[in-house]
Design a protein around this ligand. Structure first.
Ligand code: ATP
Length: 311
């Protein structure tokens, strides 16, 4: 069932198209990975989704209802954390959560202890927020977003600024919220590997445009697969393989790359062929493109320096 949908969502800032006709769909139970480089338009999309800013054109729907300035009905269903989570630094974790409980009008007194438990903040509940680590501050941000038990959680770069251990913790938490507690989670990130491990559906936004939206299984189908071969004489091997009908190209680091399906499915046949030709492979393996390489390929950024993207 459809939970979030945008239709040709567009936002211009003084002539800059921050978001350009984005149409996306998030179904119930999805962990929706919204992937893009810095400045791609993720936060602007999320702000429009949450009714924080008005689209220049297009629309957002949550549970089938259009988001407008007076969309009070939807906030009951949505929890969110956008950019750095803010909390009162001089108050403790528990005091911050009690305050949110009051603001949200949540009556049930077991709510705060339950959320503290779920987010594993017990050890820190009496700690002042200004003494929290980045990871725990992020947990508190998610705790605040979850306090009224929304079915939909929107998280903008929840692993920003975290160390690898913190990233793993947040990933596990997100999986737990989706799988054990049935939440639908919309999560933006520029950490590609992170999304690959967690998401059930992936969208790629680049320069304001949604360039791809696909289910995790579909992604596996789109990732290119190559048989890579090395022998003593790469030039000669290339010639005899081409002669035998294989599509062979010169790859990096002295490898030949073969794209034919039958070669990928039966590397043993390629191996026998080369052995019989007197050029046994010194290396032969099937390589599957990962999400990073795929992202670079479809955004036309192959060959950009790695530091632009966290892998
Ligand atoms: N209030 C604003 N006024 C003018 N330009 C803006 C404004 N907000 C965002 N932009 C521009 O819109 C584009 C998209 O920004 P946005 O913050 O949505 O990207 P992002 O993918 O969330 O990146 P980041 O992770 O760096 O926040 C950028 O070029 C940004 O400079």
């Amino acid at each position: 069932m459809e939970t979030i949908r945008t239709e040709n969502l567009t936002k211009n800032f003084q002539g800059v198209k921050a978001v350009d006709h984005v149409s996306l769909t998030v179904d119930q139970g999805d962990i929706y990975g919204f992937l893009g480089l810095n400045g791609a338009g993720k936060t602007t999309t999320i702000r429009m989704l949450l009714g924080m800013i008005r689209p220049t054109s297009g629309a957002c729907y949550i549970k089938g209802r259009k988001i407008a300035a007076n969309s009070h009905h939807v906030w009951h269903h949505v929890g969110y954390m956008v950019e750095t989570p803010y909390a009162y630094p001089e108050l403790t974790v528990k005091e911050n959560l009690l305050l949110v409980q009051k603001i949200r009008g949540v009556k049930d007194s077991s709510t705060v202890p339950r959320i503290i438990n779920r987010l594993q903040l017990n050890k820190y509940e009496h700690k002042k927020v200004r003494h929290l680590s980045m990871g725990n501050a992020q947990r508190l941000g998610i705790a605040k977003a979850l306090l009224h038990e929304p079915e939909i959680l929107v998280l903008d770069e929840p692993t920003n600024g975290l160390d690898p251990a913190g990233i793993v913790e947040i990933r596990q938490l997100i999986q737990d919220l989706a799988h054990q507690h049935g939440k639908t989670i919309f999560i933006s990130s520029h950490i590609l590997g992170e999304i690959a491990r967690t998401a059930t559906k992936i969208a790629i936004i680049d320069d304001g445009r949604l360039i791809q939206e696909l289910k995790k299984e579909e992604l596996d189908y789109h990732l290119s697969v190559t048989l890579k071969v090395k022998t003593r004489d790469v030039k000669y091997t290339e010639r005899i393989l081409s002669h035998a009908g294989y599509q062979v190209t010169d790859g990096k680091e002295g490898y030949l790359e073969i794209k034919n399906r039958e070669a990928i499915n039966h590397p043993d046949i390629v191996n026998s062929f080369l052995v019989n030709a007197g050029y046994p492979p010194t290396k032969l393996f099937v390589e599957e493109e990962d999400l990073e390489a795929y992202f670079l390929r479809i955004t036309g950024r192959e060959g950009v320096s790695d530091h632009e993207i966290i892998l």
